[in-house]
Design a protein around this ligand. Structure first.
Ligand SMILES: Nc1ncnc2c1ncn2[C@@H]1O[C@H](COP(=O)(O)OP(=O)(O)OP(=O)(O)O)[C@@H](O)[C@H]1O
Ligand SMILES: [Mg+2]
Length: 294
């Protein structure tokens, strides 16, 4: 941190609340993301993370509060209008066109961006534009590491690779900020490492990133800051090192499942004569990681 005034946020979530009938999915959610940051929004299942993304991207109207993106209140805007402002997302469940090739999926995404010329390009009236789009599609596939899969049907790809198609589709809109909803779920450890590099490469090109993810080691490694939701409420925010040792965060994760409770007890216990059930004593970090996989 320098002594100068902090840069104004690219995204501000201001006291957002969402109700589904009697259920309070989010209450008084408030946090900022500054340009160029990688921020993670974490929390146990059902905490309200996807709901928060749905509000930010115009898929849900909040019952209270407002989201601002680059100073513009997003209230009442349609999802495609928000995309046009430079805020794009991927979805928790994959959403590719399974019977189209990977390449054609990306072309569909690019055509969406340039909707006005779609008819011309489809009818072959604008061959130069079509050539440019095809080159851009190849570049996007290269960026997400799917060049070798370009001609395969998207539905035939492994789950993790389908998520990469989703990232390419989001990048096709040339976002200033990208929201990623559980991008590495379904990926193995080496695919996840590659994905971390991809996130950093996207940020290096000036794109701000808000990540929802249950893979705690990955979140701790990649995030500049982390905000933690539990039952729809913000219970902590800060740098990874602060979050890792925050008692409220540990408690929130450890409330889930018996393995997590055991890890909590190990983490909390003072040395006793009883041998520990695991060879490695749990630290708050491993407890959080275990709880997230419980
Ligand atoms: N359309 C909806 N109608 C009613 N309830 C909903 C709706 N969408 C979400 N909920 C509820 O709101 C709460 C928050 O759900 P949300 O999907 O945002 O959680 P999440 O943090 O994304 O969880 P996960 O980690 O499992 O993806 C949950 O209790 C969920 O059941
Ligand atoms: Mg979710």
């Amino acid at each position: 941190m320098t002594s100068s005034a902090p840069e104004s946020p690219i995204l501000s979530v201001e006291h957002v609340g969402v109700r589904f009938g009697g259920l309070v999915a989010i209450a008084d959610l408030h946090f900022d993301v500054r340009p160029g940051e990688i921020v993670s929004l974490i929390g146990p299942n059902g905490a309200g993370k996807t709901t928060a993304f749905n509000v930010m991207t115009g898929f849900l109207r909040p019952s209270q509060g407002v989201v601002r993106f680059r100073g513009t209140a997003l209230t009442g805007l349609q999802p495609h209008e928000i995309v046009r402002l430079g805020l794009s997302r991927t979805f928790q469940r994959t959403s590719v066109f399974p019977d189209d090739t990977v390449f054609d999926n990306v072309m569909i995404g690019l055509h969406r961006r340039t909707r006005s010329r779609l008819v011309d390009t489809l009818l072959g009236r604008d061959r130069a534009a079509e050539r440019r789009l095809r080159a851009e599609a190849r570049d996007l596939l290269d960026r997400v590491g799917l060049t070798a899969r370009a001609d395969e049907k998207a539905g035939a790809l492994a789950y993790g690779e389908q998520r990469l198609v989703g990232v390419a589709l989001a990048l096709a809109t040339e976002p200033a900020m990208l929201l990623l909803d559980e991008p590495v779920s379904g990926m193995n450890a080496s695919e996840t490492r590659v994905f971390v590099r991809l996130i950093r490469a996207i940020r290096a090109r000036g794109v701000t990133i808000l990540l929802v993810e249950h893979d705690m080691p990955m979140v701790m490694e990649v995030s500049d800051r982390i905000a933690v939701l539990n039952y729809g409420r913000l219970i902590a925010q800060g740098a990874p090192a602060e979050i890792r040792s925050d008692p409220a965060v540990i408690e929130a994760y450890l409330g889930q499942g018996s393995a997590a409770r055991e890890a909590a007890m190990r983490a909390a216990s003072v040395p006793t004569p009883v041998p520990a059930p695991m060879p490695v004593p749990a630290t708050p970090e491993t407890a959080v990681a275990e709880a997230s996989h419980a």
